[in-house]
Design a protein around this ligand. Structure first.
Ligand code: MN
Length: 416
């Protein structure tokens, strides 16, 4: 295992080894091996979205900070920081056209030098681009105009080509298509048009590629989004082919939706393609994963770890983050996010599946719930810190980042 050369700050956390030994002893009492759990945590990886390295904003405003990335190269530099400190984020998810490049070889070389690869690429037909002949104001794939639909398909072919040239192997399709008022569009006709367009996109993919359909209940369409829920997403995926799967964005659900149940259904259907992790209090808030509903995040990870252990058919989800950082330093927010995901994953790895299954079979409600709660309530911070440390990452990623002076350095370099 690698040393801790990447994070000189680790030396200051003398208490870490004691904390980890104490946790290891506690885990041993429960029949778990700490080293095996560290290894399990190291299996978890999540892709970083390039768009989240700039401060986000709302329709009311944006509050930029010094040193924000201006180019794909600078976004990759920031992503590499997150990967180095967390040892769990070696891929980025690009957005076309925001990350458009005419020098693929240079981007590939850059990525290789920074230790990054490419996860699913994202298309964009939710806004009009400069010089674009036809408008998506009334939808892209669902648009009543065949010419607009053809333009949207051509964009997706381009995104696939661009992604393939970089070494990505999946495309995430999130459509803003929908209507704001009853009567604005045919509810059945619009869905059928989306399905037909997606068939063309699916057919344009290289044979090793996957297509992810991402649902969302509302916004920007406030009456009826065409791909509104997981059922619509599943219908699309099933009608396209084996390499079409559903992507679950945690913020794309109505309040109180049982997302772990949605996840379980999609796993059961062999169609869980991936995740956009984030958190929310009300809607698509794009807050830091685990910041509002950590127990729900844990329950989702429980379904994921269970499916992984059971070797569920078709289970190979792409884990990605989709957040908007309006107030936090985006790099720090991403470090915090990856840490939260590592913790939720680690806790899910603590669940004793055979024990839980026994209580489910005997109908022991309290003990079944307690089996989950016991794992959730464990303090796994020393475990994930140890996992990061063994792979050359930071015991405390945010602390190490602040100590590194990276933000001040890029603020000077990226002025203007
Ligand atoms: Mn998303």
């Amino acid at each position: 295992m690698a040393g801790s050369t990447a994070s000189p700050s680790n030396a200051r956390y003398e208490h870490h080894h004691r904390d980890f030994s104490e946790l290891a002893a506690r885990l041993e009492r429960d029949g778990c091996t700490a080293d095996a759990l560290v290894e399990a945590v190291l299996e978890f990886q999540v892709a970083l979205p390039t768009w989240a390295f700039n401060t986000g904003g709302t329709r009311f405003g944006r509050f930029p900070i010094a040193g924000e990335p201006r180019t794909l190269h600078e976004k990759m530099e920031d992503a590499a920081q997150v990967n180095t400190l967390t040892a769990a984020a070696p891929r980025i998810s690009l957005h076309i056209p925001w990350d458009e490049t005419d020098d693929v070889a240079a981007v590939r070389a850059d990525a290789a030098r920074l230790g990054l690869g490419f996860d699913a690429v994202n298309s964009n037909t939710f806004q009009d681009q400069a010089g674009q002949p036809l408008s998506y104001k009334l939808g892209s794939f669902s648009n009543p105009s065949a010419a607009v639909r053809r333009q949207a398909i051509a964009h997706h072919r381009h995104v696939i080509e661009a992604g393939n040239a970089l070494g990505a192997d999946a495309i995430t399709v999130w459509l803003a298509d929908g209507s704001n008022y009853p009567g604005q569009m045919s509810l059945r006709g619009s869905f059928e048009r989306v399905r037909e367009c997606l068939q063309d996109v699916y057919a344009a993919m290289p044979p090793h590629w996957r297509l992810f359909t991402e649902h969302k209940p509302y916004e920007p369409a406030f009456y009826a989004t065409v791909v509104q829920d997981w059922g619509s997403s599943l219908l699309l995926a099933q009608s396209l082919g084996d390499r079409a799967q559903c992507l679950v964005d945690l913020g794309h659900h109505l309040p109180n939706t049982n997302i772990e149940l949605v996840v379980a259904r999609l796993i059961g259907a062999g169609r869980l393609g991936g995740f956009h992790f984030n958190d929310s209090k009300y809607g698509d808030d794009d807050l830091t994963a685990g910041s509002i509903k950590p127990y729900a995040l844990f329950l989702i990870f429980h379904e994921l770890v269970l499916a992984q252990r059971e070797g569920a058919a078709g289970f190979n989800p792409a884990y990605m983050i989709d957040q908007s950082h309006n107030l936090k330093d985006p790099i720090e927010a991403m470090l915090q996010t990856v840490d939260q995901l590592q913790q939720a994953y680690a806790k899910a790895c603590l669940v004793q599946h055979a024990v839980l299954s026994g209580f489910q079979d005997s109908g022991d409600v309290i003990m079944a719930e307690r089996t989950l709660k016991r794992a959730f309530e464990a303090d796994v911070r020393p475990l994930v810190a140890e996992a990061r440390r063994r792979r050359g990452g930071a015991i405390d990623p945010v602390g190490a980042f602040r100590e590194s002076g990276y933000r001040a350095r890029v603020a000077a370099e990226r002025a203007g």
